[in-house]
Design a protein around this ligand. Structure first.
Ligand code: AHR
Ligand code: AHR
Length: 482
């Protein structure tokens, strides 16, 4: 059984079912998503390991070996062909050719589901998916429900990391023309208790945390690593619910009438579907999506509670993803050793204010050993990732600037936090660990001529050279020199 079997049994069937991680029906055996590799633009559908099961991530890994893959299609498992593809320009243009939004890097959000490796959809600002020509999705004031699983530690204050119902022309068509789940900590329109992030309803020209236009105390800050987020709406009635996708049950954060602001009752839903963007194609937000559905009809709480139990049983986890050969436990000291043949005695160290590699041995000076030692910190921009604080310059971190790595003091800015955050995954060469830049997820920490950069595999800079890239971006997390 999958979540959509539960919704169907409750009389509110899925009309869209999207996931890059698992089947959402017990009998689903089709493709989950499609990837495209940059080396030759070939595409490949990624299916399930077994009927109703988890994604076949190894098919992606072998197809994308030695190159970068982007997620081009997130298929609709409901049979209505409400698939998500690269979002077109609307009220705002995206950063890709023709004003389209970027596609997500297929390896940027590795996790496990039930012990099997899978990949989520990593939305860096500028990334977006959409379908403006759907089948069976609620329109006008028709009832609908939706849930999504997000990474509750990956968000920002940009507009708007959404999943759900939006305008079919990618423009702001006025209050009530969308109804989507929002997740993040933008406070421009609405907010709840604490400092965020919050689950809110994006109803157009407003993110709502409850009946009031701005503040509603009942909507808590919520940041489970795997977060179940729910919005549902029917005539003059809607609700916000949420919980931990790894354990326990759902809580209801709002259940009542439409907001006390004009234009939202009745609703004027248009029935497009968005992921990662606002209704007018605002592209300022970040987040990670693993799975989500939209239903026809207003699901009961009991149906959603059964869906939550199904999600918990699926077993989302971060264990077993990407730090083989070393521990990256926040608070521990480590050194990072190169694995490229001929350079395996070199470690990342700071020298003056730059990051370079140097040969370090037990007879190196104390200064060199200190310079080559880093304290692992929870990522300054996301606790899903890590930052590296200098051993002998406390408060200084490894950060990139113009793609080169330096040791610099944390100035507290969000740019510094992003530049100093790296997301570990299995080493690209098959050895050790590779570190994706948080804000440039196709770029990885790489040594080139013994200087350390964030490099893409092939690209316009000399340090993006594809030769030896896989080895140069693979590091052994080793015992600290100091
Ligand atoms: O409602 C918040 C945002 O406002 C919508 O997502 C977007 O369409 C508009 O800019
Ligand atoms: O950083 C040392 C070497 O420099 C790398 O292995 C290679 O890419 C470049 O020649």
């Amino acid at each position: 059984q999958g979540p959509c079997d539960i919704y169907a049994a409750g009389g509110t069937p899925c009309v869209a079912a999207h996931s890059t991680t698992r089947a959402l029906y017990g009998n689903y055996n089709g493709p989950l998503y499609q990837v495209r590799r940059t080396s030759d633009n070939a595409t490949r559908d990624i299916g399930v390991l077994s009927t109703g099961g988890v994604a076949d991530a190894s098919a992606q890994d072998s197809f994308c070996s030695g190159t970068t893959c982007l997620i081009t299609i997130i298929y609709d498992q409901s049979g209505r062909n409400n698939r998500l593809t690269q979002a077109p320009p609307g009220g705002f243009a995206g950063p890709a050719a023709g004003g389209y939004d970027n596609l997500a890097v297929a390896t940027a959000a590795p996790i496990t589901v039930g012990g099997h490796k899978a990949y989520g959809v990593y939305v860096a600002p500028g990334t977006g998916y959409r379908n403006n020509n759907t089948n069976g999705v609620a329109k006008g004031d028709q009832p609908e429900g939706m849930y999504a699983i997000f990474d509750g530690t990956h968000y920002n204050g940009g507009c708007c990391f959404d999943y759900g119902n939006a305008e079919t022309n990618s423009r702001d068509n006025g209050n009530g023309t969308m109804e989507a789940i929002y997740f993040g900590n933008i406070k421009v329109w609405g907010y709840g208790a604490g400092n965020g992030p919050w689950i809110m309803a994006d109803l157009e020209n407003g993110l709502f945390s409850g009946v009031n236009q701005h503040y509603n105390a009942g909507d808590p800050s919520i940041s489970h690593r795997f977060l179940t987020a729910i919005i549902k709406g029917e005539p003059n009635h809607w609700a916000i619910r949420g919980g931990n996708a790894q354990s326990g049950s759902l809580s209801t954060f709002y259940n009542g009438v439409r907001p006390n602001v004009s234009g939202y009752n009745p609703m004027k839903k248009e029935g497009a579907i968005i992921l990662g963007i606002g209704g007018d194609n605002s592209v300022g937000a970040r987040g990670t999506f693993y799975e989500g559905v939209m239903t026809s009809g207003y699901p009961t709480d009991a149906t959603e509670n059964a869906v939550q139990a199904n999600i918990v049983a699926a077993g989302y986890s971060t264990s077993g993803t990407g730090t083989p050969g070393g521990t990256l436990t926040p608070g521990s000291s480590i050194s990072l050793r190169a694995t490229t043949s001929g350079y395996t005695d070199r470690y990342i160290r700071h020298y003056e204010d730059d990051a370079i590699t140097s040969v370090i041995t037990s007879s190196s000076s104390t200064l060199d050993k200190n310079d080559a030692t880093w304290i692992v910190r929870s990522g300054l921009a996301s606790s899903s990732c890590v930052s590296f604080e200098s051993r002998n310059y406390p408060g200084d971190f490894l950060r990139h600037q113009n793609y080169q790595l330096h040791r610099q003091p944390n100035d507290g800015s969000s740019l510094f936090a992003s530049d100093a955050t790296f997301c570990p995954q299995a080493g690209k060469s098959g050895q050790g660990t590779s570190f994706a830049s948080y804000n440039f997820p196709t770029r990885f920490i790489r040594h080139y001529n013994n200087v350390v950069y964030i490099a893409s595999n092939g690209g316009s800079n000399a340090f993006d050279n594809a030769t030896a890239w896989n080895a140069d971006v693979s590091w052994v997390v080793s015992q600290p020199w100091a």
